[in-house]
Structures are given as structure tokens and as C-alpha cells.
Write a protein that binds this ligand. Structure first.
Ligand code: B12
Ligand code: SF4
Length: 588
């Protein structure tokens, strides 16, 4: 029997994407992952650190990554030979539902007596349905913060105790009845947990498994990292499954839990000691109030670092706030998501600012030396028409013209896909917001992922755009934006040309799939789909970088991206975790 207590597995969206033909589309073009969404929830890192700090042995295996890197990788063999006390699988993003359930089934086939736990936001939303429908899942751990209840569950399993008093847990009792324990573990701050990259480095060495811990496909050449300001959000954007209203209902969270700003700064220093790559701060630093942002920036000023630090803003920050950032951090970048150029669409989505304040912020950020600004727009929004999507690209042109001298303003556009977030306001009452939902249950989403193109995977359409319009306006806007970036020298002509060739290929194949999907004879359909997927280029080829090139997302890094001497020292040292905790003294 292995002495590992918990193995956390991250599934691909679709098991097995290597043999199942499909165009998953540009759904991941503006995140670091491929459409298989190989990035595991960052919470895997805090779970691993917390459980190990409390005496358990945890291993993370990114199954999606292993399958992506090696097309012959044998998942069944991996699962068969590993025998931990418990397996955990994330169903955080609904897009992983097919892959997560497939892994759970394989686990039960080889290890019928090993408990399988699901966790993450989507598992939280569907906890009862999951236990009702799928006998190969034993537990769902609910909520946005499961470190402590998971520890309690593992300890109870080890000691053969019952599960009655474990918060946030949904399980089947001895009579096979589903028990839903109260969701009462909702910490008010994030000071007892940590996303500790050196901890992950140590595990990579312990298990000799760099791929199993790798967050996304290009990570070793572009080791970007993230730190978290909070869990939860103050805003309630209509389609967001992480909004204030959704978290209240689903995760019993009344207000966001913030990480102490001093701990946050220390998280960044810890990364900067080891990696010379960009660090993304997740969550607007001014969300918790002026004082939070100021304390964090004061702390950052104490230790100059050269890493590029990327700030995400929910609303445009003021000139003074930007000035303070510039005084504290030499290389800072900005990300903001206006979603649409059309203020009415933006308001309907839930973002309460106008173009004037957005443009004022762009000017201020440029004045204060922001090294780069990324603007994210989306298709599939409330009140957004096909024409409105194309007008967004025209708006980008006016911005690029106005800030032509800057040369570091990057607009992106991507679809709200593959799924409308479960639990979001729009998902709960689609008609109220002009949406029509195609899939609601877990099983419907699971089956949808087997569809041959992302048009049929998409779980919604709107009063203003049907699925066709959402899909083809995305490609058209992607094409126009790609040309615009070439025109303004944001990308070189070769990159622009290769994106356009891939994009046109994707549209051609998507239309061919549309033609096949209306064939009345199912068998004929199957044969036709097989024949296009066995062509010279696999269908996966048409899912990657079709609206922009992945490299466009990359912020600058130093040529040598890792401090190998420091990493080696860390691997040999015993370190204190960067937490405030009665039982362990934190660093600050
Ligand atoms: C940061 C973020 C990202 C980062 C990812 C960081 C990361 N690796 O986790 C980036 C920008 C890359 C990203 C990408 C995507 N995201 Co996102 N993201 C967020 C955001 C803003 C914060 C997430 C967060 O706070 N996490 C913290 C907590 C909640 O999660 P956690 O610490 O990772 O995990 C804890 C629990 O979830 C749980 N848990 C998780 N897994 C497991 C497994 C087990 C066994 C157990 C017991 C517990 C457990 O325990 C953990 C520790 O306490 C949320 C919005 C929000 N306000 O929540 C959206 C959100 C989570 N993302 C969402 C989506 C849709 C996506 C994309 C699919 C979008 C797209 N089409 O590209 C991709 C998927 C990328 C991939 N997997 O490759 C939706 C999810 C809706 C849903 N239920 O499906 C959200 C809710 C809102 C949104 N639309 O953006 N995202
Ligand atoms: S999309 Fe809106 S509600 Fe969701 S995390 Fe971002 S700001 Fe908050």
C-alpha cells in the first residue's frame, strides 16, 4: 500500500480528446491553456501545502498535461499503479465535467474501495446531482475554501470515524442516502493558507514529476505565476459564476475573503526570489478599499524587484492610484476587461464604467510608464448583436490610433464559451436576461462536450445572437483584430498571416461540420465526421490560436527565467509558510 494520503488529479475537458474528433474552438485563446484546459485550479497548491503542513502526504498529477505532452500516455496504467488512500478530482470549471467523470470511473474500476472526492465551484453547484447520478463519486467537498474541511475528512477516513460533523461535505451514508452537511466553513480571510511555489518545487523533486505539476503547456519556457488577493468578489457581473451573488448562494460567502496585503507582497517576493518571470495579481487590489491597496503598495516599495507585475482592475483605477503603483513597482502591466465598446452592453453585463473613464485610465497608465496594457473584449454578451461585435473592433482601431505612440496596448476578443457559468445570474434565470439555455444538468453538459464543434458545445444563445452568430462573429472579429494588430505593428506580418490562415481553416471546417450535422442518417454523419478528422491536419489544429497567437499574451521576461541557485537552496532548506496562523509563525 502506498503511503500517499491524497492524489489530486486534474482532468482534461474531454477524455480522450486524443482520439475523439472535435474543434473546441478559440475558447482558450486568451488564457494560457490549450482548449483542453490543462491548467489545474490554483487551489491544488494551497490544498497540498495546507495538508502537508498538517502531516499528510499529497501528490498532484496533471493528467490533462500528461496526455497533451505524450499522445501515447496511458492514463489507465497511471491510475492502476497509484494506490493512495484517497483520490481527489477537480470539477472547478464546468468544461471539465466529461473528463472528471471519466477519470472517476477509471479509478473505481481499478480501486473499487478507494474513496473519490470531487471539489471546485462546479462540483459545489451540482453536489447533490453528482452523488445521485454517478455512483463512482463518493464525496463532494463544497465551497471556495476546502483546505480545512478536506483535512478533517481525510483524518476521519483514516480513523474510521463518521462524517456527520465535517463542514461543507456532501456524501452517501451507509444506507446510500445522500447527506448534505451545512456549508459553514467560509473563512473570512486567506491568511492561514498560501500558494507556495517553493512547496510545489519540492514536490516536483519528491515525485520526480515535472509534468505532473506543470500548470500549462508552455510553463517551463514562460513561468508566469499568480498570487491571489481574495476569494469571492464584490461585483455581480451577470454571466459570472464567481460573482458576489453566486458565491452567496452557492458557497455561503457573504463577503470576499482577502489575503492580508503584507502576506500578498511577501508571496510576490518569494516568487521573485526564484523566478524572473511575470507575476499576475488576481483580483483588483483596490477592491478591498483604498487602505488595502496602499498597504500592499507600501510593502512592495520596500523591496524593489524586476519581475513584471500584472494588475487586474475591475473598474478603471484613478490617476492617483496609478501613480502610487508606478512609485512602488518599476515594471507594472495592466489588464482590464471592458467586454464591449458599447456602454449599454457593458452595463447590461454588469460593468459600471463608461468609455471616457476607460480612456482616461489608459492615458494615465501610459503617462506613468505601464509596460503594457491588455484589454479584453467578449462575444455572447447581453444586448450584443453581430454588428456590435464588429463595432468593438472599430473601437479598438480608434484606441490604437489615439495611443499609437505607446505601442503596448493589446486588445483581445474571445467568446463566452464553452459554457455559461453554472450558478451565474444568467444561468439561473436566462429568460430574464435574454438568454436561452440548451443544457442545464450535469449529464447534458457531459454529453455536449462530445459534440464535434464548439458551436454545438455552447450551452446558450441570446435574444440578440444565435449560436451561429456568436461563433462566426467571434471569428470575424478575431480576423479583423488580427489585421489591426499587424497594421499597428503589435504583431509581425508572419504571425498575423499564420493566425489568419488557421482562422480561415477553422471557419471552413466548422462550416463543413455544420453541413454534416444536418445529414439525416446518423451513420452517414459519423463516417463524414471521421473522414474530416483524419485529414492532413487534425481538428485540434483548428482549435489553437485561431483568433490570436498565444505568444501575444506573454508579458516580458528576463532571458534566464529561473534563479537555479536559489531554487536549489530552497529545495534543501526547511522554510516557514507565508501565513498568519496561531500554530506557525508567519514571515511578515
Ligand atoms: C483566477 C481565475 C482564473 C485563472 C486561473 C487560475 C487558476 N489556475 O486557478 C485563469 C485566468 C487562467 C482562468 C481561466 C479560466 N476560467 Co477562471 N476564474 C478565475 C477567478 C477570477 C478566480 C478563481 C478563484 O478565485 N479561485 C479561488 C478558489 C475559489 O478556487 P481555488 O483556490 O482554485 O480552489 C479551491 C476550491 O475551488 C476547491 N477545489 C478546487 N478543486 C478542488 C478539487 C478537490 C478534490 C477539492 C476537495 C477541492 C477543490 O478547493 C480549493 C482550495 O480551497 C474566477 C472568478 C471568481 N470570482 O471566482 C474565474 C472562474 C473560476 N473562471 C471561470 C472560467 C469559465 C474559466 C475558463 C474556462 C474561461 C475560458 N473559457 O478560458 C478558463 C479555464 C482555464 C483552465 N483551466 O485552463 C468561471 C468558472 C465557471 C464554472 N463553474 O465553470 C469563473 C467562476 C468565472 C469566470 N467566468 O471567469 N480563470
Ligand atoms: S467577472 Fe465580475 S463578478 Fe466575476 S470575478 Fe470578475 S469582476 Fe467579479
Amino acid at each position: 500500500m502506498s503511503n500517499i494520503d491524497l492524489i489530486l488529479l486534474h482532468p482534461p475537458t474531454l477524455y480522450d480528446f486524443r482520439i475523439h474528433p472535435g474543434i473546441h474552438g478559440p475558447i482558450s485563446d486568451v488564457v494560457p491553456s490549450t482548449p483542453i484546459f490543462e491548467m489545474y485550479p490554483i487551489g491544488f497548491a494551497s490544498l497540498s501545502e495546507y495538508l502537508e503542513r498538517h502531516g499528510l502526504k499529497v501528490r498532484i498529477i496533471n493528467v490533462a498535461m500528461k496526455m497533451l505532452k505524450d499522445e501515447k500516455f496511458d492514463v489507465e496504467r497511471l491510475i492502476q499503479k497509484n494506490k493512495p488512500l484517497i483520490f481527489g478530482i477537480d470539477l472547478h470549471w464546468m468544461a471539465h465535467v466529461q473528463g472528471a467523470l471519466a477519470l472517476a470511473e477509471i479509478i473505481k474500476r481499478f480501486h473499487p474501495n478507494t474513496p473519490v472526492i470531487l471539489g471546485g465551484l462546479s462540483a459545489t453547484y451540482y453536489h447533490e446531482e453528482i452523488l445521485r447520478q454517478y455512483p463512482f463519486i463518493d464525496f463532494v467537498m463544497r465551497g471556495d475554501s476546502t483546505e480545512k474541511p478536506l483535512l478533517q475528512l481525510i483524518q476521519a477516513i483514516k480513523a474510521g470515524k463518521d462524517f456527520k460533523n465535517i463542514p461543507n461535505l456532501t456524501y452517501r451514508d451507509e444506507k446510500k442516502e445522500i447527506q448534505v452537511n451545512p456549508l459553514t466553513h467560509v473563512p473570512e480571510n486567506l491568511d492561514e493558507i498560501t500558494i507556495d511555489y517553493p512547496h510545489i518545487m519540492k514536490k516536483v523533486v519528491r515525485y520526480v514529476d515535472p509534468t505532473g505539476y506543470q500548470p500549462f503547456i508552455d510553463w517551463y519556457t514562460y513561468p508566469v505565476t499568480a498570487v491571489f488577493t481574495c476569494r469571492g468578489c464584490l461585483h455581480s457581473c451577470k454571466t459570472c459564476g464567481g460573482s458576489a451573488q453566486t458565491f452567496r448562494k452557492m458557497a455561503n460567502r457573504r463577503k470576499p475573503a482577502y489575503r492580508n496585503p503584507k502576506l500578498l507582497a511577501q508571496d510576490i517576493f518569494n516568487i521573485s526570489d526564484h523566478l524572473h518571470a511575470p507575476v499576475m495579481i488576481i483580483g483588483d487590489i483596490f477592491q478591498a478599499g483604498e487602505e488595502y491597496g496602499s498597504t500592499f503598495l507600501r510593502e512592495m516599495k520596500r523591496k524593489p524587484i524586476s519581475n513584471h507585475i500584472a494588475f487586474e482592475f475591475f473598474t478603471p483605477p484613478s490617476r492617483t492610484q496609478l501613480e502610487r503603483i508606478a512609485e512602488s513597482i518599476s515594471n507594472f502591466n495592466i489588464e482590464i476587461s471592458p467586454e464591449s465598446h458599447d456602454e449599454e452592453v457593458r452595463r447590461a453585463f454588469g460593468r459600471p464604467y463608461n468609455n471616457e473613464s476607460l480612456e482616461r485610465m489608459l492615458k494615465d497608465a501610459i503617462d506613468f510608464g505601464s509596460k503594457r496594457i491588455d484589454l479584453f473584449f467578449m462575444t455572447g454578451l447581453p444586448k450584443q448583436t453581430y454588428q456590435s461585435v464588429l463595432d468593438t473592433v472599430e473601437y479598438c482601431r480608434t484606441l490604437l490610433e489615439r495611443f499609437r505612440y505607446y505601442h503596448k496596448l493589446f486588445p483581445f476578443i474571445s467568446p463566452l464559451a464553452p459554457f455559461l457559468d453554472p450558478g451565474s445570474l444568467v444561468f439561473e434565470t436566462p429568460e430574464k436576461y435574454g438568454y436561452r439555455l440548451f443544457y442545464r444538468t450535469v449529464e447534458e453538459h457531459r454529453q455536449a462536450l462530445l459534440a464535434p464543434s464548439w458551436k454545438y458545445i455552447l450551452n446558450y444563445e441570446t435574444e440578440w445572437m444565435n449560436r451561429d452568430e456568436i461563433v462566426y462573429s467571434t471569428y470575424e472579429a478575431g480576423k479583423r483584430l488580427n489585421r489591426l494588430k499587424a497594421e499597428f505593428d503589435l504583431i509581425d506580418p508572419k504571425t498575423a498571416e499564420s493566425v489568419e490562415i488557421r482562422l480561415e481553416g477553422a471557419v471552413r471546417v466548422m462550416k463543413e461540420i455544420d453541413r454534416i450535422m444536418i445529414l439525416p442518417d446518423l451513420r452517414e454523419r459519423e463516417i463524414a465526421l471521421k473522414s474530416i478528422s483524419s485529414g492532413r491536419l487534425s481538428l485540434q489544429h483548428y482549435s489553437m490560436s485561431t483568433i490570436c497567437e498565444k505568444k501575444e499574451l506573454e508579458w516580458p521576461t528576463r532571458f534566464i527565467r529561473m534563479n537555479f541557485i536559489k531554487i536549489l537552496k530552497t529545495l534543501l532548506a526547511r522554510r516557514k509558510p507565508n501565513v498568519f496562523n496561531p500554530s506557525s509563525t508567519g514571515t511578515p
